[in-house]
Each structure stands twice: as structure tokens, then as C-alpha cells.
Ligand binder design. Sequence first.
Ligand code: ADP
Ligand code: MG
Length: 884
Amino acid sequence: MIPLDLSLAEVPSLPAHAARLLAREGIKTVADVVWHLPFRHEDRRQMQALAFQAGLLPSCHHVLVTKTGNKFFGGRSGVFEAVVRHATGLLGQQLTLKWWNMPFMSRVLAEGQELIVYGVIKDSKGRLSMSHPEYEIVKGGADDDAEQIHTGRITPIYRLKGAMTQKALRVAAWHVCQALPGAFCEDLLPTPSAEGEFAGLTRSLALREGHFPASMEKLEQARRYLALEEFYGYQLRVARRKRRVIESGGRKQIGTGELLRDFFNELPFQLTTAQQRCLEEIHRDMASGAPMNRLLHGDVGSGKTVVAFAAMLRAVESGRQAVLMAPTQILAEQHAINARKWLEPLGLRVALRTGSKREDGDGLELMERSARVPRAGSRVSRETHPASSQETRYSRRRLPHFERPWAKYFVTFSTAARRKLPENARQIVLDAIRHFHGNRYHLYAACVMPDHVHMLIEPAISEREPGADAPVFHKLADILHSLKSFTAHEIVKAGWQDQRVWEKESFDRLIRSEADLREKFEYIVGNPQEAGLVGPEEEYAWLWPSGDGAPRDAEHGTRDACAPSIVIGTHALLHDAELMHNTGIVIIDEQHKFGVAQRAKLIRKGDTPDVLVMTATPIPRTLTLTIYGDLEVSTIDQKPRDGVKIITKVRPKTKLKDAANFLREQIEEGRQGYIVYALIDESEKLEAGAATKGHEEWSKLLAPCEVGLLHGRMSAEEKEDVMKRFRAGKLDALVSTTVIEVGIDVPNATVMFIHDAGRFGLAQLHQLRGRIGRGAHTSYCVLFVEDKDEENRQRLAIMEETSDGFQIAEEDLRRRGPGDVLGHAQSGQAPLLFGELLADTRLVRLARQLAEKTLDEDPHLQRPALAVFRDEPVVAEKAQAMMQ
Ligand code: ADP
Ligand code: MG
């Protein structure tokens, strides 16, 4: 009986050279071997009976080498061939194994050896061959002991690293399994029920079967058990995180509906049913007390942006800020353009924050706009108080005057004949200002001085006038009027000697910038001291915010007031705590480019805002349950303009001229086009080079049309400038690298050419193609491949047939296998477990149920075996790795 942490060198009967070989690659202990699960198994029980047969699927054979030799075709190219027959010799067939350009194989393989080979058999004119088979020398090689380990059983095949060999690993695993006690580790999963599919299984058993299964059925059962265990761990972490978020408490964001109504009125189209449904789901989440954690999932062009904006408006209506984060600068800028187009007319302030620039609409533009509106009855008058800077201008005017939405005002009014208010009267006024009008304005600061009152307020949206076009705000005049008459009434009741309490007139001043606001704030809170009413460290009783717990400095007290209601940016936002305040919702566009870790960071910045992540990646349900396990999912499963067709063709490069002529025709009709160059896996620099060269070519081909160039090596300003000109129609065509892959939305662009389309995955091509077909015009996508590249022509044919992202993703999956689609997941620790991740929806659900149950019983995962699931960051990294 050996322990798990024993060094391999000390495992009984394990050959020393195998232990040394594995130790060099980091497999040093018994546990290392146990956890290095095979990525597949070969059924080597009855190979004798299998004839060599050409086919599409790989097969496995036990063979004897009868002849070997190198054939050279001049230079260094050549092929090493080994002719083999069945090891039993019962079948007279011959098979030739071929290795191209690997002459050293002659030193590895020799006549008389017995091999196990695994590969696809091809038939060329009656000659059967296998190219680059997986092979293993089972007899006649360096170590051919322990024959029963390698053949005559369901044999594990391990993923190798460095100098490791199949045999060394298998021998080690064999001896480790022999020497370990029956139950060598504690179960993580709850004990399976006696009737279920996992009846009788324990973790130890499953791991044993995972290496050397007794039958294919047992192997499958073990594999599922271990997969369940892995999902369980994942779901435990996710469910814990989710519980924590819920406990941290969200805020109900209900809103007035005013901004949304106006937004939809201005929108040039109706939401599709799918968009509406998703939006309802989102709004329902926002209105609930628990924080929203939702994934908005929809194919390219399904119209996620509008839904996102509508979600943001709900937050703003509820008096909060909305943040939208995009994966690239270009995309952030595009969102900002849309937001300015759609949201600023509603009176909202939109700030853009990307790596290279910061634009906070500081109100100046708004001032200019409002200046154009005639202000009946207003007249500019004298400077009134000492804190004013040179740009401060006070207007003394009769209300009502021009009312600006979301305006903040500094207001002052005095008592009639400047008589002094007694303390009880001052209290009445402060209480009234603070409490009685809470939903009619937002209050930043107020001070009731003996003979006058200062306030810093922002009138709120009024709910009274449904049919109106623009958002209707409470009028400053009305607010002041009712405030004054209410307090006057109360003060008189409390014994004021005169009928008149207040002067008729008030001073008000529109706050125009953050600095302005801060200055007024400081003026108000400093006023009692300034006037000598209180000493330096003393509190003045009729000041708000006061010292009792409320933040007093302008920094905090006014921040909400200055923060823009809409903030759009890239990951730069993660580093800008300053811009983000009172954030009600965070929307993350194109989630997969961000990663879960970053999402967590952003969420930590605000205090449990609602979170909506948007993605166009067609994610199978299983994956949404795992990677996005803590998210609810809304799917926009309908395109807004089903009528618009995208015609896609795969064409050989030689047709480039024809294509150019076609593009020219489209341009003459007023349309625009993209020409994409890409070198997958090459550096950005090379890619930029290809696009630059392409740009020269296309400029000639399309002359005198204007052709722009866009690539990742350009500066942010240059990129933005190019996009601006393309959007404005000043450029007829845009030669670009894949920087345009996500999100770009120029409805007038109807043509897309993709060079070397063969290099792309289908999913990426689909993303790229999503840049066209966004307007009212039929669009055309041409995928150029090498002239005789039949393989890619076939592979890309699906693009000609459908523009349904899910269908394309499925095809991609079918062709590449989940491993490639999931990227790193496959090369991770235990590839076996993820092997059929995509088919295991039921298992994921089961894991989820188990995890919830565990947490109900053991919320802090006290049970020692579960300690591994307590840590948080691992999850994020892993999930991120899975999506890269
Ligand atoms: P994606 O889901 O890829 O982010 P977008 O939000 O960019 O898609 O929307 C694609 C285009 O469709 C945009 O030009 C947008 O204005 C338009 N659009 C969105 N919703 C509708 C709709 N309901 N009816 C018509 N056009 C719409
Ligand atoms: Mg988008």
C-alpha cells in the first residue's frame, strides 16, 4: 500500500528508467501519474481479427515489421516506409506505413519488431498505406517487458510531453494502480444513489477505470463520473459566487419610463419581438432587488446594441449611471457615436473613455445648444456672491425660464426684507428641502442661513405628462414656488409675525461644469463659517450634507452630480475609478474578448451594479451553463431585417479582377465595401504589412475611388479618423485587417472581400461577414481561396449556404472537434474530462443541482475535501482560458 505523495522511484516494481524519464517532465509522484489521465483508449483486445481496411476512420492494429527503407526524391525530401503484416500472421495482407521527411525513422523501426499502429488506412490502386500513424513498439524495442500492460486490453493512450513515451507512462500507471490501496482518495462528489448511473462508483474507482478500464462501458461510466466531478467543482464555485452577489444586495431600478418612451419614439425602427422579449427579461432583473447577472446572446446583426441602450436608460431613469464596455477602441467609439446620436437628445451626458483619450462632455456643448434656444424673459444681471469665478454669470430672472433637462442649479432665495429666521423656522426649511420634495429633484447641498437659503439641485423627470415628446422635467419654478409657499405656511403657523416670509424673486444659475459644481458645493458648505456663524471646527445645524456621516467634501459630496450618466469605454475603464460612480448597470460587449477575470474586476469597482454581458459567439447551451454558469441567458434569436440578403461566394484568387469590377459597380451605386487581409497566427506587424500592400493594389484597381486603410498598428487617432471617414462615406472602400471583426456597424457597406479565407475558422468568417448586410441593400461577401484549394472550397461551402451563426458553429464543431473550438481547454490538465463537454448538458445540469444542494448544507465548504473549490481566482482564469 503506497501513499499518493510517494515518489515514483519508490513504487514497487516500477522500472527505474521509466521513473527517471517521467521525472524529467515533471511527473514525479504517484499522484502526478494518477492525475495524468489518458486522452483516449484503444481497444487492443481482439486486434488479430481485424483486417486492414481502407476507410475514413482510424483503426488500430497489432503488426509485425517485415521490411523498412528510406526512399529519396532528390534533395532532402523523402519518405520512410515500413511494410508490415498482422502480428499473428493469420491474414496475409500487407500494409505500408509512411513517414514523410523523417529519415531518422530508420533508426527507430526495424524488421522483426511488433508494433501497435493507429491511423487511417488509404487505398491507392490496391496498395494499402497509413501515413504518419501513431505507433508503439511492443516487442523488439528497448523495453518490452510487461506485455500484458500494452496489448490484449483496452489500452490507455496518454498525451506526451518532451521525452516521455507511451510505454513509460503506461508502465508507471500500471504499477501505481497495482500498489495503491482500494480507496486511495476521498470522494468530492456526494455518494451516488444505488439506482443511478453512477451506482457504486467512488473517486478512486473512477480514476483506476480511467487508466485501465475493465470494459468500454466501465470506461464511459468512469469518464462521466470524473466529468461530473469537474463540472461539480466548477458549479460549486459559480454558485457560491452567485450567492455572494445576491447576498451583497442589489438595487431596484425601476425608473419612470420617460426616457425609454422618448428613446423608442426617436428610434427609426420597431424592436423585433425577440429584442422586446430580451429587454423585458433585462428590465425585470433590474427591477428586482437582486443584482442582475445576465448574458445577452445574439448573432451578429441581431441588434444587441439597442437593447443595451434601453437597459442603460432604465438605470439612468432610476438616477444611476450606466457603463458600457467594449473590447476595442474602434468599437467603443462607435458605441459612443450611437449613444451621442440617440441618447444625448434625451439630455444625457455621454463620456467616452478609451486607452488613449478621455472625452467627458463637460457641458460646454450643451451650453452652446441651449444658448440657441430663446430665453423668454431672462435677463442677465449682477454678480452676486464672492465665490464666483470670472466665468460665473448669474441671471436674475423671473421664472419660468428655459429649462434644460438634467440641469443642475445653484439657487438662492432670501427672506422678505431680509428678516432673520429663528432656529425653528430654519429647521422647517431644511426639513422641507431635504424630505418633502425628494422625488421632484435631486439634492446635492443646501444651507439655510438666517436670512437666505442656498440649494444645489437637479430637477427630476416629471411623471405627469405621458403624451409629451421630450422628457418632461419638474420645473425649477414650480419646485421653488411650492417649496416657498409650503415653508412660508409652516413658518407662519410657528409664529412668524408677517404674512410674507420670502422675497418673490430667486437667483438661479445653471451649473456648467464639474469645477463649477464643486465650487458651488464648497461655497454652500463653507457659507456658515464664512459668515462667521460658526467656528472652524463647528457644525452649523442647518446645513446639508452635514457632518453626521454624510460625506462632506466636494470630492464625495458632489461626485454623483458630476459623473456623466453614460460612460462608454474599453478596458481602460477598469483603471478609472474616478469616472464611475453610482453605477447602476455595467454592460460588457463581446464578452469573450474580455474574460471573466476582467468582468469580476469591473463589477468590484461599482457596488454590485446590474451586469449584462453581450456576445455574438454562438455558444452551445452546455457552455453557457459552465463558463457563464452564474449568468441568466437571454437570446435574440431573430434578425431585425430578415429580408436583407447576404450573398456569399467562395472564389479562387484568379477572380480578383472581376471582383474589383463588381465592387466598383457597387460603389457607383453609392455603396461601400471592406477588403480584409489577415495572417492568422502571424504578428500584427506582418498582418499590417499585408494590408498596407493590399491597400496599394486596391487603390490602383479601384482608382479613382477613395480607398482607406485600417490596421492594428495605426495609432488610435489614425484609426478613428479612418473609421470616421468611412462612416461618413468619404471612403468608398476600406482595406483592413481583422480589427474590423467585431461590432463595426456601417449600414451602407454592402461588399466584403476576404483574402486567404482558407486561413480563417468559420466562426471568424461569420463574424467578419456580419459587418455587411446591415442596411437596406442586398450585400455580397466573396471568400478568396488559393486556386486549387479544394479542401477549403468544401469547408467554406457552408458559408454560401447559410448565414445562421448557430448552424455555422455546429459545422465548425463537427469539423474541428470541441477541442479546437474550446482552445486551451483541451490542452489543460485532464483533457479526457472535457472531451465531450459539448454533449454533456445533462451532466452539467446534474452537477449544478448537486452543487446547489451541497451549498445549502455546507455554505462555506467546510468539508476538507472541498477545500480545493473554495478559492475564487482559479475559476476565472480557467474559464478565461477556455474561451480564448
Ligand atoms: P449586433 O447584435 O451585431 O451588435 P447591432 O446592434 O449593431 O447588432 O445592430 C445591427 C444593425 O441593425 C444596426 O444598424 C441597428 O441599428 C439595426 N437594428 C437593430 N434593431 C433593429 C430593428 N428592430 N429593426 C431594424 N433595424 C435594427
Ligand atoms: Mg455589437
